[in-house]
Every structure is written in C-alpha cells, then in structure tokens.
Design a protein around this ligand. Structure first.
Ligand SMILES: Nc1ncnc2c1ncn2[C@@H]1O[C@H](COP(=O)(O)OP(=O)(O)OP(=O)(O)O)[C@@H](O)[C@H]1O
Ligand SMILES: [Mg+2]
Length: 378
C-alpha cells in the first residue's frame, strides 16, 4: 500500500483512481468506433489522468499503441514536432531496438545523441531534432510512420489549445490536412481553455470544424467521491464520516485536485484509529494555504495594484459575471469600467482569473481564492 492513498503527483495506480467509469466507457467506445475526441474541462478536473488511465485499460493496452503528447510547454511548431517525435520514440524504446530503428529510418529529422552522464560515467541516449529540419516534414514522416504501424494508434495531444500561441499561423490547417487522411490513428485533443477549443472545433471558419466529438468532463459525482474517500480512510484504519467528505466536496466545488489535496492533507494529519473532525478539516486547509503562500505571494507581486483590486473583488464574489456594472464598481471601489476592462484582460492572460461555462469570472484555484480573501480581510 502507498503511504497516502490520495495521490497528488505522477500516475495514479488503478486502485487509487476514483470513479470515471462512464467517461472511460465513453472514451473507449469512441476510440473503438474510430472517433476523434475533444476532451474539455475546467482546470485540474482530471483530464490528463483520465486519458492515461484509459490507455492502461486492458482492451486499449492490448490493441492499440498509445502516445500521450503534452503540449503545455511548447511554443512553436518546431517544439511540437519534437515533442511528438520524442513521445513516439520513448514509447517505442520500451518495445525494443528494432522498432526504434524503423522509426528513425522513417523520421530522418530525428537523431539519437549519446553523451556520458558526468555523475555515473554511463552513456546516456537522447534525441534531437536536426537544426535544419523543417517541422512540416517531421510531422509528415511521423504521421506516415503511425499510418503504417502494425496496430492502430491513439494519439493524445494534451493542452492542444497551445497551438494557438505559436508564431506560425498555419498549424491547425497543417495538422488537419494530415489527420483527415489517417485511417490507422485516432486522436484525443484535450485542454482546459474551453473557449479556445470550442472555437477551434465548433466554428466553421476553423480547419478542425466538425472533426472531433466534443466531450466535457464534469466533477466526479458526490456520492462516488464520498464512497472513495471513506473507503480509503477505513483501509488504513483511519475514519471519516460521510458528512465531512460532503463538506470537502462543497469546499472544493467538486474540483478533483482540490478534493484530493484536502483529503491527502487530512490523511497525513490523522493518527491511526482517529476520526476526522471539523477542526482537523480547518487545519488541513490552513496547512495547504500556508504551504502555497510563498508561491501565491510571488504571483501577486507581479500583479499591478489596479489589477489586484479587481482580483480581490472577484475572489470575494466567488463567481461574477457583470464586472463592469456600476453596482460592482461601487461595491469594490473600482475606478472605472475601462480600467476594469483593461485589468481583466491581463488577469485572464495570466490565468489568475478564468471564465466558467456560464461566462462568469472566477479565481479557479480555490486555495488561491481563500488566500486572497484572507489577506483582503486583514
Ligand atoms: N479519477 C481520479 N482519481 C483520483 N484522483 C484524481 C482523479 N483524476 C484526477 N485526480 C487528481 O486531480 C489532479 C489533477 O488531475 P489532472 O492533472 O488529470 O487534471 P487536468 O484536468 O488534466 O488538469 P490541467 O487542467 O491542470 O491539465 C491529479 O493530480 C490527481 O491528484
Ligand atoms: Mg492536464
């Protein structure tokens, strides 16, 4: 058994993965049916874990090659091409040298590099994209390789909206031109920037229009999370009543990461045979906010004063739509609607504020929201 069953980092072994039965069935059915899927949710609801969890289900693992490409830190078409190539390369490495050699013979813009680890003196293998490689050709050759693979492939491009931030303007069209001709690969496009992804897949002006089925990922149902949390506390001879898990769920507004973070902390605080009480719950939340305070303070130090005023106001309000209304400006002593308009643009860009599916503005990170409310009350 792991030290703490509420896992926050890295892959989640199956027993510690909560629910998502319907979503798993939906994804697997879609993949078997040859669909491409656009998977969208609020931040930290569990998209990436869901996709990885699906890939480890027997019927997927046995019948498909699965490639998970994280685009979060990519900022150009070249980065994307390299991330894609490296992902396929890493996955094939587990299957043996023959596969790697085949892949590199098709994708000639990738080269294996060798260096010596200064600590262990052992040789290290890496991969590089040739400096003069044209990313368009790299894509073309990777897709060609997948098309000819001996099993169908599933490719997940996570944080797919990132491609909108590349300096190149033709990325959507380029990808679409390949993907629409692929018969041996299915795609999952996932991300949390709902508006951007909806625009890409639902607007007829975009190349990806109608090329994937939309799947929104909602919160884990409350009864499922209660059952999961109570079960794991009991397994370790610790106890929590259902109504306290209920409270965690409400505090976290059903956000998966937030619930898991609170449960994780509570689990750590609790001695064997103890039962969680409200005080412990408060302590757990305080511990988390305290642990995050240096990071939050640093974030806030980069936010100019006028934007801070708006940020505090939105945090106080929880969720709010009409931030330019006279009532809102007066309530929070905000100077003018044009200042607010300017400030919100920056807060959205910095991802400190997001817009939910009802177009309401919200500080999505609930611990940050609590932190802001605390310091504004001081
Ligand atoms: N089904 C699950 N069971 C248990 N914990 C989960 C589950 N899904 C997600 N989590 C928890 O929530 C956290 C966030 O999950 P994940 O990274 O998959 O979310 P995401 O929607 O991809 O987030 P982001 O928008 O930041 O990419 C994980 O670190 C894990 O702690
Ligand atoms: Mg993710």
């Amino acid at each position: 058994m792991v030290n703490n069953p509420f896992i926050l980092v890295g892959d989640i072994p199956a027993p510690y993965f909560c629910d998502r039965q319907q979503e798993i069935a939906r994804l697997i059915k879609g993949i078997h049916g040859g669909e491409n899927i656009c998977l969208v949710s609020a931040r930290r609801m569990g998209k990436s874990r869901l996709v990885k969890h699906c890939s480890s289900q027997q019927e997927i693992a046995d019948n498909y090659y699965f490639f998970y490409v994280d685009l979060l830190h990519t900022s150009s078409l070249r980065d994307f091409a390299f991330a894609f190539g490296r992902c396929v390369f890493d996955t094939l490495q587990n299957r043996g040298e023959k596969f790697v050699r085949q892949f590199l013979s098709v994708v000639q813009s990738l080269t294996v590099t060798m260096s010596v680890d200064p600590l262990s003196s052992l040789p290290q293998f890496g991969l590089s994209l040739n400096p003069d490689a044209q990313p368009e050709y790299t894509f073309e050759s990777i897709f060609r390789y997948l098309e000819n693979a001996d099993k169908p492939c599933i490719v997940c491009f996570d944080e797919f909206q990132q491609i909108n931030r590349y300096p190149e303007k033709n990325v959507e069209a380029l990808l679409r031109s390949h993907i629409q001709h692929m018969s041996n690969a299915h795609f999952i496009f996932s991300g949390s920037e709902r508006h951007m992804l909806e625009e890409m897949f639902n607007s007829s002006a975009h190349p990806f229009y109608n090329s994937a089925s939309y799947m929104g990922l909602e919160a884990i149902p409350k009864d499922k999370y209660i059952e999961f949390a109570c079960y794991w506390f009991e397994q370790y001879k610790k106890h929590i009543d259902a109504d306290l898990v209920h409270l965690i769920y409400s505090l976290a507004e059903g956000n998966t990461y937030t619930m898991q973070r609170i449960s994780h902390e509570l689990f750590d605080i609790l001695a064997p045979e103890e039962t969680v009480n409200r005080q412990m719950l408060t302590q757990a939340v305080n511990n988390i906010i305290e642990a995050e305070t240096p990071r939050y303070a640093r974030l806030l130090s980069h936010v100019p004063e006028r934007q801070q005023s708006l940020l505090f106001a939105i945090a106080k309000e929880g969720r709010v739509q009409k931030i330019m209304s006279g009532a809102f400006l007066r309530k929070y002593h905000l100077s003018s609607s044009s200042t607010v308009q300017n400030a919100i643009k920056h807060l959205l860009e910095m991802d400190l504020v997001t817009q939910d599916d009802k177009k309401q503005f919200v500080v999505e990170d609930i611990f940050l929201r609590m932190y802001l409310n605390r310091i504004s009350e001081k």
